[in-house]
Structure formats: structure tokens, C-alpha cells
Design a protein around this ligand. Structure first.
Ligand code: SF4
Length: 389
């Protein structure tokens, strides 16, 4: 990038001016990671100071049986496959109750698009979970699943959301977004929920008072211009609804041979590489700068590793998810040694060691507890610090 354009972009960021599509593409073309981090950190600090939010949550997948076969997915199984499973309602409640330690505040539930499970199962599970764990907020279902519920129930998304909210739904999840541009989407997504339906369902949820997350799966066959397009679509919708609480760039994961059946399920693996840590930091930074009207940018550390999670706090990220147990949708694919469990104390140390102030939040980003600011790193050099993988 030439020095003139660099100065121009920097001036826009410091003046709080909205960045354009070509600005976003130019930022991705820059190899000056320190400069990108400085710009994103300026914006992040303006919005969120030195705070890093986290929540204490657990992930639950009711079924891995799915009618679709998305090219990047290592989670889905077909009916009758050896390790296909579907939880009975009492089993889901028992599993959730087992996870009820550490003052859990949120259950995050996403599932395959089960071909024969009736619609009634889903609100019933929510009602039973809410009865068993009344203080836990239920963040459940992607827009893709809601569109699937429309298909299997004959109801509209409006009626479906009303019933799910009545059963205890607090928020949708942000999944199913992947990359919206059809040029890429047609090669990776195998279900019928694309931008038109995804945005319709989130806008409807926002109109009903929900705050929802939005995700982006990057680092596969897309190019930076597709990431820019993805964020700008969301930014435009956010201008209309104001309902997105957080943006979550998710790093596409390679699959490895499944020890259960010797299969590799990821069909785009042969022609892809995974995004490097530098590319991930750049993606966080550019996302923070472009998506100027979303309050938070989250690092779902399971997909990035803990060291990159710490670094990303200087590249626009102000939210870490979470204290995950049994994350399966992509973690089945991970053989890099990233843990899939972190407890509250682990998260606090992770944030403190990176030099930030931890704030525990709930599903709607209300503050649950503020922690002290970290002592300056210089004064802590003598202390042993955790070395993260
Ligand atoms: S990503 Fe979701 S919809 Fe696609 S195959 Fe996997 S479980 Fe099914």
C-alpha cells in the first residue's frame, strides 16, 4: 500500500469516518500488521476501553444428524451412521444439569437439520431446560435451523420465534452465515438458508427485542473481497435494526481422519489451507474497523488457540467466548492441541496476562461482574505466568 493511501485511511479511522468497500479491500492488502493492529486497537479502545468481556457458558448439540452436507463440516452424520446421535429430552436436560457448575449463565445450543425430528421437540426441550436451569439463558439455533423449522412445521419464522421465546429462548446464535457472497457460498453451503433468509430471520429476531450475534467463516476458498462484502451486508442491516451485539470471525478448520470411522468429512480440504495467525489477526482488525456499528468483536478461542486469542485483544477483539465444554461443530476437526475447556479462573488469567480488564457478561452483554484491572506487566515480571498453547 502506498504511503498516501495509508495516511488517508489512518486519517479516516482517527476522524471516525465510515470506511468503504475499497477501503476494506485496501486494508486487507496491507502487510503492515502492526499498523492494522494500532488502528483497530484505537477503535476498540474508543468503544470498549481496556475491558475484555467473557461469559461462562456451555455448548450443547442435541443432534449431529443433518440433512445437509456442508463442505467444511466435520460434525454432521447421516441417519444410521455409527456415531450419529439424537438426545432424548430428558438426556439433554441431564447433560445440561451436569454442566451446571461454576455459576453457568448461558447454554449455547446448535444442531444438525434432523430429517425426522418433529418441530415440537425443540420448544419442548427449551421449556424443560428452562425449568431445570431457571437462571441460565438459552442462546439457541442458527437462522438456518429456524428456516428448517419453517419447512418442517409449516409455521412462519414469526410464529416459530414467538413460540421459542415463550419457551425461554433469549437469543439466536450467529451461525449459518459462513460467507454470504454466492460466488463462494454455492461451493461450501449445502442447506437452503442464504443471505435473504438469514438476514430476514435475524431482522425478525431484532424486531422482537433480541440481540443476536453474527459470524463469518473465513480462511477457506474465499478472498478478502468476500470478507469485506460479508461485513458490509451486516453493517447495512445493523444500520436498520441495531440488533447485532457482536461480530465473530470464525477460522475455517481442516479436518483430520476421524478416529471413529477413518473418514475425512471436509470436502474442501484438498484445495484449502487454514488461515495463519497473522491472517486471523488481520481479519479481526479489518472487521473491527469496517463493522463500525457493532459494539463488540469476539474471538471464539477454540478456533484460534489461546495465544492468538490473547494477541487478538490488541487487534480489535474485546470479547472472548467463553468457558466452552464439548464444542463439536468444528472442534472435531482440531488436532492442534487447543483445549476445548476453560474455566472462569483460566479466562481471568488469560485476560490479565494479556494486560486487559476482565468483565463477566451475560447473553445480552449486561455486566455480571467487573474485575480489577490487571497490575502492570512490568510489576509482574517476577511472577510465574501461564504459558498457553
Ligand atoms: S454446518 Fe450445520 S447445516 Fe451444514 S452440514 Fe454441518 S450441521 Fe448440517
Amino acid at each position: 500500500m502506498d504511503a498516501g493511501l495509508k495516511r488517508e485511511l489512518e486519517a479516516k479511522v482517527y476522524a471516525g469516518e465510515r470506511l468503504t468497500r475499497s477501503d476494506g479491500i485496501a486494508l486487507y492488502e496491507s502487510d503492515d500488521l502492526t499498523w492494522l493492529g494500532r488502528l483497530a486497537h484505537h477503535r476498540r479502545t474508543e468503544l470498549n476501553g481496556e475491558r475484555v468481556m467473557f461469559n461462562v457458558n456451555r455448548h450443547l448439540n442435541l443432534t449431529n444428524v443433518c440433512s445437509a452436507s456442508c463442505a467444511y463440516c466435520s460434525f454432521q452424520r447421516k441417519p444410521g451412521e455409527k456415531d450419529a446421535y439424537t438426545m432424548r429430552i430428558e438426556e439433554a436436560v441431564r447433560k445440561a444439569k451436569e454442566m451446571e457448575d461454576e455459576q453457568l449463565t448461558e447454554l449455547h445450543i446448535v444442531n444438525g437439520l434432523h430429517p425426522t425430528l418433529p418441530w415440537r421437540y425443540y420448544p419442548k426441550v427449551l421449556r424443560e431446560l428452562k425449568a431445570a436451569l431457571p437462571n441460565v439463558k438459552l442462546k439457541c439455533f442458527t437462522a438456518t435451523e429456524v428456516q428448517w423449522f419453517e419447512k418442517i412445521s409449516g409455521l412462519s419464522a414469526d410464529e416459530i420465534l414467538d413460540e421459542l421465546m415463550d419457551a425461554g429462548l433469549e437469543s439466536l446464535t450467529g451461525g449459518g452465515a459462513e460467507i454470504f457472497d454466492w460466488e463462494v457460498r454455492q461451493h461450501i453451503v449445502d442447506h437452503a438458508c442464504h443471505w435473504e433468509d438469514w438476514s430476514r430471520i435475524h431482522a425478525l429476531a431484532h424486531a422482537k427485542g433480541m440481540k443476536t450475534p453474527a459470524t463469518m467463516l473465513y480462511g477457506h476458498i474465499e478472498e478478502p473481497r468476500h470478507r469485506v462484502d460479508h461485513v458490509l451486508r451486516l453493517r447495512e442491516l445493523q444500520d436498520e435494526t441495531g440488533g447485532f451485539a457482536v461480530f465473530i470471525p470464525l477460522r475455517y478448520q481442516h479436518d483430520f481422519v476421524d478416529s471413529a470411522d477413518g473418514k475425512i468429512r471436509n470436502r474442501i480440504q484438498a484445495r484449502t489451507t487454514m488461515a495463519s495467525p497473522a491472517e486471523s489477526l488481520k481479519t479481526f482488525a479489518v472487521s473491527r474497523l469496517l463493522f463500525d456499528n457493532v459494539p463488540h468483536v469476539k474471538n471464539f478461542w477454540v478456533m484460534h488457540g489461546l495465544s492468538v486469542a490473547q494477541l487478538s485483544l490488541n487487534f480489535g477483539v474485546d470479547d472472548l467466548d467463553g468457558s466452552v465444554v464439548e464444542y463439536k461443530i468444528t472442534h472435531d476437526a482440531d488436532s492442534y492441541g487447543t483445549p476445548n475447556t476453560m474455566h472462569r479462573d483460566d479466562l481471568l488469567n488469560l485476560i490479565w496476562d494479556a494486560g486487559f480488564q476482565p468483565v463477566e457478561r451475560d447473553t445480552r452483554y449486561n455486566v455480571v461482574r467487573e474485575y480489577d484491572r490487571a497490575p502492570a506487566l512490568a510489576s509482574r515480571r517476577a511472577e510465574p505466568q501461564q504459558v498457553w498453547a
